[in-house]
Write a protein that binds this ligand. Sequence first.
Ligand code: GLY
Ligand code: MN
Ligand code: MN
Length: 426
Amino acid sequence: MSRRARLLGIMGSGVAVIPSASEKLRNRDSHYPYRADSYFHYLCAFPEPEAVLVLVAGSEPRSLLFCRDKDCDKETWDGFRFGPDAGRETFGFDEAHSITTLDEKLVELLANQPALWFSLGHDASWDARITKTLNAVRAQGRDGKRAPAEIRDIRMAMDAMRLIKDEDEIALMRRAASISVRAHHRAMRAARPGRFEYEIEAELLHEFRASGCQAPAYTSIVAGGANGCILHYVDNNRPLKDGELLLIDAGCELECYASDISRSFPVNGQFSGAQADVYALVLDAQTAAIAAIRPGANFHAPHAAALKVLVQGMVDLKLLHGAVDGIIESEAYKRFYMHRTGHWLGLDVHDVGEYKDGEQWKMLEAGMMLTVEPGCYIRAAADVPAAFHDIGVRIEDDALVTAGGCEIITRDAVKTIADIEALMAE
Ligand code: GLY
Ligand code: MN
Ligand code: MN
């Protein structure tokens, strides 16, 4: 069943209004590259801005597209537009109309409907437009027309759908993952002392774009030495130094689907003893986390498994002192590991979907996609052995929950110390 048909079934009744993203100005009259709204894309993949999907649920469910008209002059300057007729044909809508008729048509479509499904609060200008439309319906009260009594959040219904990936999504995410794997390998081969972080970022972007990706899924983190201890470092403007680690967190976006990989490796191709100790610890933590991913386990299980290994290692390396359980309880480990071990992944890099059902962590189910990304970040400090100063390690892969456990769709990105050193020596 199509995603629109499934959502119409979940709605049961009422009308959903799902706008795509608007174009965003970057400066003066230059725009950022256009990126569709993820919810809109999930339901129709219509690629143009100024487009709105309207779903009418009930005994005769319908899906309607509102989009820009054909316009020879504008198409000469800015490129092809489908227009309503080709939009309806190509994307399988029941009806399609000019976007210029949306407000008027919505007043008709919303009259005497029990509910409006909308993402209230996402975009202030859309909130105002919807308020105005509802008031226009209310103004027809003496004609016997009622506005919807209920406003429901369409995101809640869609987040649950998006959490379980279908076959098409999984296929796309596998492709995105394999492109990102190649990009990380290219970056490893290119890294050496004296090169700048942005030069390595350029290698990643080259591989993404040359492979047909539209964009990175998020700004690439290319962090040499102490920068690896800054979780969201994106300046990417420092030279790489001999003896440092380089932490890269980068993934491409393919047809709006994200991949998300982190690798940490020595700039000169050889791990020092202390770097190898920390790296091996994080890799062990990741192995434990991956082993905890299976249907019926909960979302917290991989984090708990990783934490146990990491904290024991931090004690063994004399970064922390005390009993493992006490350190986990007091959260003293957060000095060196301050984020969680994963998040949902999909159309958005931090994808939608609840993490809890009530008070309980969400149970993992086949078809869910999540990252597994333990790390250890050791800033220079007087109470930390000098050999560990400025070592930042994160190892991140993308896991598809399967009937029997999980499949790491980014598994081809080299990860053991021996494999990294061998690739860098090529
Ligand atoms: N790249 C963002 C993250 O790993 O969550
Ligand atoms: Mn991530
Ligand atoms: Mn990441």
